[in-house]
Write a protein that binds this ligand. Structure first.
Ligand code: GLU
Length: 222
């Protein structure tokens, strides 16, 4: 087990995401990471092997500005525990994914994606997800439809948090076989693996059901 936290807000989110990761540490993990959108197309990312505390140290040196972001603690299932295999994973500097779970058909998807020209930068099963989303975005679909289409290709278990760096007003979440909740704030909304991660920012939750896909903006959750 491991964790996901995501936030879309009118204030800076990195401290919220970091506190959320701390509150998920009990689930066990080997590495941690965070990505924020500092502005349209301006993606920032930090990943560290080891404790969330090490991520905090890196954040002190290199703050991640932005009012939209996702963070992750990883329990490696495919690929060694390393900073390079830590999430978030990114496709073409544009699509960003954090994933809990296992993509069972990752080898088949990976072969097809390599043949289609994608360059892989990690050993994880997760990286096929972010390239699949990117392909759908590039085909002209909005992020919600792109994620819906990409997940149709996936076999296995996944909770996902997804961002398009060209769309600073949207965070997409999916629950299929791994836990994920939505936290409702005022002018801000959140996702996490467990309500505990979000208690400092909200007491109002939507418990996603299996197969749910949620679109979060600052004003609404659909
Ligand atoms: N299977 C993915 C990986 O190894 C996600 C693991 C997790 O749930 O943290 O990177």
């Amino acid at each position: 087990m491991c964790g996901i936290v995501g936030a879309i807000a009118q204030r800076e989110v990195s401290a919220i995401l970091l506190e959320g990761l701390r509150r998920l540490e009990y689930r066990g993990y080997d590495s941690a990471g965070m990505a924020t959108l500092a502005g349209p197309g301006d993606l920032r990312r930090l990943r560290t092997l080891g404790k969330v505390e090490r991520l905090r140290e890196q954040l002190d040196i290199t703050p991640l500005p932005g009012k939209l972001g996702v963070a992750h603690t990883r329990w490696a299932t495919h690929g060694a525990p390393s900073a390079n295999n830590a999430h978030p994973h990114v496709s073409h500097g544009r699509c960003i994914v954090v994933h809990n779970g296992i993509i069972e058909n990752h080898e088949t998807l990976r072969r097809a994606q390599i043949a289609a020209g994608h360059a892989f930068t990690s050993e994880t099963d997760t990286e096929v997800v972010v390239h699949a989303v990117y392909d759908e975005v590039l085909a002209g679909h909005g992020l919600v439809e792109a994620v819906r289409r990409a997940t149709r290709q996936l076999e296995g278990a996944y909770a996902l948090g997804v961002i398009d760096a060209q769309d600073p007003d949207r965070l997409v979440a999916v629950r299929f076989g791994s836990p994920l909740v939505v936290g409702i704030g005022f002018g801000e909304n959140f996702i996490a693996s467990d309500v505990a991660a979000l208690l400092p920012v909200t007491q109002r939750f939507i418990f996603l059901e299996e197969g749910d896909l949620a679109e979060l903006t600052r004003e609404a959750v659909t």
